[in-house]
Design a protein around this ligand. Structure first.
Ligand SMILES: [Zn+2]
Ligand SMILES: [Zn+2]
Length: 270
């Protein structure tokens, strides 16, 4: 297990959340390493979407996990004098099944990210819906699976996140309030309503109680101008001395550092 806060304290050139050919990334692992070495990164962590209990083309299969781990080893042998490469995994929490499962705990990973991308369908019991994708698909699912009840979707997302945090078994909380991105397009300003704000703050309190690292996810910064968690929570995180890591969640090699410097600056200024 690696000490994530010590990486953050000694370097601002790292990324501990990224995707490759093993899930929905758009280049192979070596291309990301080459970019990271060129950018003089000290650390690069690979976090494929882990195997899930629901059908998903974005997640790797259990059969592919040993291949992933051996590719990290191979790249360490080639690039290990220039950069520290880490084997992580972004693990879905879906209705009780997540990072704490013995399967994930048995994998020889350097660290684990816990994330929620799926919530249960209202219309189709037993079906889990990916609410993390692009807005056009999200708005279709709002009609198809949730009868337009955006408050239920938001509350369910944060309930799943809180349960994941309470169950534990991981190191970093992935994109803590990501639902705010799609939800605020569906209902403008929803993420500034008091009940929504209270859900985010309660979740942050739970994360702090469990001494987990919070990622500031910068994937949507360039296109949509928002971080996860949103900038207005940076002050709360700073005041609580939260352990924070700045991750680009890159799916393309040229985006490994996208939004990270902006987020670090905003975090200091807030
Ligand atoms: Zn994610
Ligand atoms: Zn990710």
């Amino acid at each position: 297990m690696i000490d994530i806060p010590s990486i953050v304290q000694t370097s601002d050139r790292y990324n501990l959340h990224g995707h490759t050919q093993f899930c929905d990334g758009h280049a192979d692992m070596e291309q990301f390493v080459v970019h990271a070495v060129d950018a003089r990164f000290t650390h690069y962590g690979f976090t494929p979407h882990g195997p899930t209990s629901v059908p998903s083309t974005c997640n790797m299969t259990r059969e592919a996990v040993p291949q992933f781990l051996s590719e990290v080893d191979r790249l360490r042998r080639v690039y290990g004098t220039r950069i520290t490469l880490l084997a992580g995994m972004e693990i879905d929490y879906i209705d009780g099944f997540g990072p704490s499962d013995p399967y994930f705990q048995s994998l020889p990973l350097d660290y684990r990210i816990g994330s929620v991308h799926f919530i249960p369908s209202l219309a189709d019991p037993g079906c889990f819906v990916d609410i993390d994708g692009r807005y056009e698909r999200f708005s279709e699912k709002m009609r198809q699976h949730f009868d337009g009840d955006i408050e239920w979707v938001v509350r369910t997302f944060f309930r799943q996140m809180t349960r994941m945090v309470e169950q534990g078994g991981f190191d970093i909380v992935g994109h803590l309030d990501k639902i705010g991105h799609n939800a605020s397009q569906y209902r403008h300003g929803i993420d500034r309503e008091p009940w929504y704000d209270a859900l985010v703050r309660d979740l942050i309190e739970a994360v702090l109680d469990h001494h987990l690292v919070i990622e500031v996810n910068t994937k949507a910064w360039a296109e949509h101008g928002r971080f996860f968690p949103a900038e207005r929570y940076f002050g709360m995180l700073r005041a609580a001395h939260a352990q924070v890591v700045f991750n680009s969640d890159a799916h393309w090699p040229h985006l490994i550092n996208a939004g990270r410097n902006e987020a670090m600056r905003a975090f200091i200024e807030r």
